[in-house]
Design a binder for this molecule. Structure first.
Ligand code: URA
Length: 238
């Protein structure tokens, strides 16, 4: 928001208050500044990045944690690059072997299931959702990312969210949900319940790999997806 927009809003709210109170209140002069532009170092949401392309390039050159040493390719994320199209952000845990080899998120078995799940609610990485992970390099043997690795990668995820400003976020599995929401609550109680990340509604659900291991989780995951679609429709469809 620009400083002058803020000034107008402030004047409007003061006038409304005065009219309710029936008299004009004396107020100290207020000064308003423009919000920092994306990419300016002071922007709390996007850090130093002005575009998703910049984030992707920075990920490719990153060596901030030990995962960098063992990776084949970085996996920054994939999907439409502008928030008018990418109204949904999907966040997973970290790349596996197929993703490490291709540089693209969710392209292995779990990814194929994810694409089918998203397709069932009218979403796809080609058209309307951006897919990324908590960590952008493969953890060895597909282990969970360590907290220090997730922290080292956090500025990239934060910038991606700040630049896209998605309408909704789908968090896949415990690691993504706990990391995004800064909670230690388990996935069984988190899933299917709306939470928030910086004012953006987040729906945690099961990770597609968990669905491949345990068929019984498919039904609740489907309920979550229907809930996600309904919320998206209520906020103007994708
Ligand atoms: N699992 C994830 O969490 N992310 C991927 O990109 C692939 C598998």
């Amino acid at each position: 928001m620009t400083g002058s927009d803020k000034q107008i809003l402030y004047a409007f709210l003061n006038a409304a208050e005065d009219s309710l109170d029936g008299h004009r209140k004396a107020r100290p002069a207020a000064e308003f500044r423009d919000d920092p532009a994306p990419g300016s170092p002071s922007c709390p949401e996007t850090g130093r990045f002005a575009s998703l392309g910049e984030v992707e390039r920075a990920v490719m050159g990153c060596s901030a944690c030990p995962l960098a040493a063992a990776r084949t390719l970085t996996v920054p994320g994939e999907g439409p690059q502008d928030s008018r199209n990418a109204r949904v952000l999907v966040v997973g845990e970290g790349p596996g072997a197929d993703e490490d080899a291709s540089g693209r998120p969710f392209v292995g078995k779990a990814g194929q299931l994810l694409d089918r799940m998203l397709g069932a609610i009218g979403l796809s990485r080609q058209e309307n959702c951006y897919i990324t992970n908590v960590v952008k390099c493969r953890p060895p043997d597909n282990r969970e990312p360590q907290p220090e690795e997730a922290s080292a990668c956090r500025p990239f995820l934060e910038a991606q969210i700040g630049l896209l400003r998605p309408t909704l976020i789908l968090a896949l599995g415990r690691t993504a949900s706990q990391s995004l929401l800064s909670t230690s609550e388990g996935i069984t109680s988190l899933r299917g319940t709306w939470r928030e990340y910086r004012g953006i509604p987040v729906l945690p659900t099961y990770h597609p790999s968990a669905l491949l291991r345990n068929e019984g989780l498919k039904r609740p995951a489907w309920e979550d997806l229907k809930e996600f679609r309904a919320r998206l429709d209520s906020l103007a469809g994708v």
